[in-house]
Design a binder for this molecule. Structure first.
Ligand SMILES: Nc1ncnc2c1ncn2[C@@H]1O[C@H](COP(=O)(O)OP(=O)(O)OP(=O)(O)O)[C@@H](O)[C@H]1O
Length: 405
């Protein structure tokens, strides 16, 4: 892949420019604010470094930014235009052709390596309609052995070995994680399949869609408290289990929380999860800024506590029904989280026990954030308090109506 030309541009870091940069890179691209105040964005195919000449990001003055793009810039490369890129998908094959390539017996199945026992029997699989788009491919409904399933289809970018290699690693990682994790609040892995042109991951189908879709459909109305706490408890229990396996999810957000037919929450998208390595500086090649802990945005060493931070944002979403930092672009949100300690506003009528959990989960100091085991206990106490209040309110209501008759 030929290197894109070096580009140096000078621009004002006012709101419009930040929005342009944000739109250009998209939420799927990773960003880090370095300790010297510079901003680094990268995706699977390249990176872009920006230095803040005047790094007083908090000031109202218009600031000057030098944008310095270098490396194998995915957006400038013709072969990438025809393949799947993180943050947007442009398929080499049409959706139908991809599904056909998967099920056509003339294309042989290649083993899954260490996860070979998870290879699905393609004769038991039927592929239905596409219903969602992920960063690396599309998601179809289908059935496997008669059970409703979600099929994540990934196309191997034929003419881009570097990208194919990257995607292959992500694919292997996701199936290894999914095969390891067995918990009622983790999306159930059914199997996977690898062919030369197409890969697929089959999981149970969560028919309620994602929590983000659920919140959007409620048009920004808060989730009833009892349900919000029940959903939060499901997530916290699932994450307690993920952490007990020494894993970090790294992209916990409402889009990755699915609602099953029985209304329970299933944590999904382990494509960027990884094994916890204590005290290692981990690269922030993942995550979504609105939910991302400051240490991860800043490319500092991080631990499992980044998931606790993201959980704090998710709990806030459930309590308010809103998208975090909705009047800001993702990049603006990241700047403000890091440089101004900004967090979403907790409504004044929020139950104190819940606002306490939210605030300690998104503490800037990761050591002060609770573990998920502690979060589960706090939420159980909140659930008891809410149920007691509901019972008391019902009792008062009954007494009043009896007295009135
Ligand atoms: N098993 C499932 N059941 C129902 N919906 C699903 C399932 N898996 C994924 N989805 C839907 O597809 C969307 C994208 O899936 P997923 O997050 O796995 O893809 P991705 O490529 O990893 O995307 P991203 O990295 O942007 O989160 C989810 O937000 C959800 O709405």
């Amino acid at each position: 892949m030929a290197d894109a030309p070096r580009v140096a541009r000078r621009m004002d870091l006012n709101q419009n420019v930040t929005q342009n940069v944000d739109r250009k890179v998209g939420e799927g691209t990773s960003l880090s604010i370095e300790s010297n105040g510079s901003l680094r964005m990268s995706n699977a195919g390249g990176s872009m470094a920006m230095s803040l000449v005047n790094s007083s990001v908090g000031s109202n003055n218009s600031r000057t930014l030098i944008l310095n793009c270098q490396g194998n810039h995915a957006f400038d490369n013709a072969s990438v235009a025809a393949s799947v890129i993180r943050g947007g998908v442009s398929n080499w094959l049409s959706g139908d052709a991809l599904a056909q390539a998967l099920t056509d017996p003339q294309f042989p199945t290649i083993g899954l390596g260490i996860n070979d026992e998870w290879t699905i029997d393609l004769e038991k699989l039927t592929v239905g309609e596409s219903f969602a788009q992920g960063s690396f491919g599309k998601i179809d409904t289908g059935t496997y052995n008669g059970e409703d399933v979600a099929i994540k289809l990934l196309e191997r970018p034929e003419h881009d070995p570097e990208r194919a290699d990257f995607m292959e690693k992500q694919f292997q990682k996701e199936i290894t994680m999914l095969a390891t994790l067995k918990h009622p609040n983790i999306v159930r892995f059914i199997g996977a399949c690898r062919k030369s042109m197409v890969w697929c991951i089959v999981t149970e189908y969560a028919r309620g869609g994602s929590v983000r879709q659920f919140l959007s459909s409620r048009q920004n109305r808060a989730v009833p408290l009892k349900l919000a706490v029940k959903q939060a408890l499901d997530v916290a229990r699932g994450m307690e289990y993920v952490h007990s396996q020494h894993l970090i999810h790294r992209d916990l957000k409402s889009d990755n929380l699915l609602i099953a037919a029985d209304k329970s929450i299933k944590i999904a998208d382990f494509g960027v999860a990884r094994i916890e390595v204590l005290n290692e500086e981990m690269t922030p090649e993942t995550g979504t800024y609105r939910w991302m802990a400051p240490e991860m945005i800043q490319h500092r060493p991080y631990t499992q506590k980044v998931d606790v931070y993201s959980f704090g944002i998710v709990l806030w979403e459930l309590v308010t029904g809103l998208l975090p930092f909705q009047n800001m672009t993702a990049v603006q949100a990241a700047f403000n989280v890091v440089n101004k300690g900004l967090r979403p506003t907790i409504p004044s009528d929020c139950l104190p026990v819940l606002s306490d959990i939210i605030t300690c989960c998104w503490d800037a100091n990761s050591d002060k954030r609770p573990t998920f085991s502690e979060v589960v206990k706090m939420l159980e106490a909140a659930e008891t308090e809410i149920l007691t209040n509901i019972r008391k309110a019902c009792f008062r209501c009954c007494v009043h109506s009896t007295a009135a008759t």
